[in-house]
Design a protein around this ligand. Structure first.
Ligand code: PLP
Length: 388
């Protein structure tokens, strides 16, 4: 076995790097999840969620990945055959649509070209056309991790209000919670869906639903089987600090610590750091003379940047060079972007040097892989970071 020297750079757009203090918290001995210490832990976590994100709605945590949290949102509040409006922003929008189809929902899937955000005018038009209010839910991926495009959820809410449509607003915040400004309360999101392994800086394993009163009312009449995902036993047990079935105890230790870290940095500063890193990465890409998958200046994600490779270049070859030569993991192109694009993750526990180190690895890999670039993108990013 050859020795790998130095630390590995995990720069995929999730799972993100887990801070050492979070790893140490996870390493504690497992405790009785029906005992007093766990009861305090649950209460502390739920309180911190509220303090940081101002949800003012119940936060339901599942031992699951983000896909489980998608399933939970749909199966709680909808019935077989219910109409759902969703938008093809990229790979994750497609996967969510597939789950909805599998659950027996009737999806109106608005086609998209994977380079643009959801157009709120289109949302309004489609909802106005639905005069009988057959559409029960609008599904929005806030940060499309496969393309690096951020949709303005506030504008989608305004469009729904303008159309005076009563559908639920379900938002996938899997890769945005804890990294991009997110306003569950202000945008009147009915179900916020998220996961532990991105902005929350934990390993994969916790799926999240934040549930409005309106969504809970819908759930009372929802006829899809709720089974494992039923919100109500969760919300009821959580009030006493417990869970209806075994929670991911050790990840919960880590979650409390991760929330402590966000509180000590402050959520505003977390957002600002992601904004700086997104801007610096884009500056490097521009200086290299490469294209981002995102075509809209106002919708670039500050969590991940997807780079299109020129024709004839296999993006996975560049990722392979970066990994083999420089020990940096970059995100693969997903779905229709497979081999055509790769992604730089800049989310979670990432500082300026980790970012510039990553960009250096990318610039060298591009050069070795004979991608025709202008050199010096890293210097441009460094100057951007130095300036504040
Ligand atoms: C935006 C988005 N939604 C949903 C998912 C699915 O989450 P998971 O892979 O944890 O099931 C991901 C995963 O990367 C994601 O980025």
């Amino acid at each position: 076995m050859t020795r790998t020297i130095g630390r590995h750079f995990l720069q995929v757009p999730g799972p993100s790097n887990v801070p050492e203090s979070v790893l140490l918290a996870i390493a504690k001995s497992t405790i009785d999840h029906r005992g007093p210490e766990f009861q305090e832990l649950t209460k502390s976590i739920l309180q911190k969620f509220d303090q940081i994100f101002d949800f003012s709605d119940p936060v339901v945590l599942y031992p699951s990945s983000g896909t489980g949290a998608w399933t939970a949102a749909l199966s709680n509040c909808l019935s077989p055959g219910d109409k759902v409006l969703a938008f093809e922003t990229g790979h994750f929008a497609v996967l969510w649509k597939n789950i909805a189809t599998d659950l027996g929902l009737d999806i109106e899937f608005e086609e998209g070209d994977w380079g643009a955000a959801i157009d709120p005018d289109r949302v309004e038009t489609l909802l106005r056309q639905d005069k009988e209010h057959g559409i029960k839910a609008v599904c929005v991926v806030h940060n499309e991790t496969s393309t690096g495009v951020e949709t303005n959820v506030g504008s989608v809410r305004e469009a729904m209000d303008a159309a005076q449509h009563p559908a639920l607003l379900l938002v996938d915040a899997v890769s945005s919670l804890g990294s991009l400004p997110y306003k569950h309360k202000e945008w009147r999101v009915d179900v916020t869906i998220s996961g532990s392994q991105k902005g929350l800086m934990l390993p994969p394993g916790i799926g999240i639903n934040v549930v409005s009163d309106k969504a809970r009312e819908f759930a009372q009449n929802g006829k899809l089987p709720k089974a494992y995902w039923d919100w109500e036993p969760m919300i009821k047990s959580n009030k006493d600090g417990f869970y209806p079935y075994t929670p991911p105890t050790n990840l919960m230790f880590g979650l409390e610590q991760a929330l402590n870290l966000i509180q000590s940095e402050t959520i505003e500063e977390v957002y600002r750091r992601h904004q700086r890193h997104g801007a610096a990465t884009r500056a490097a890409v521009q200086a290299w003379g490469l294209e981002t998958v995102c075509r809209q200046t106002d919708h670039h994600s500050n969590v991940t940047t997807a780079l299109m490779m020129p024709d004839g270049i296999n993006a996975d070859e560049i990722r392979k060079i970066a990994l083999d030569r420089f020990n940096v993991s970059l995100g693969t192109g997903l779905g229709q972007l497979s081999q055509r694009a790769f992604r730089i993750g800049h989310l979670g526990d990432c500082n300026d040097l980790m970012l510039t180190g990553t960009l250096t690895g990318v610039e060298m890999a591009l050069d070795i892989g004979n991608v025709p670039i202008q050199s010096g993108g890293v210097s441009v990013a460094m100057n951007k970071l130095k300036s504040g």
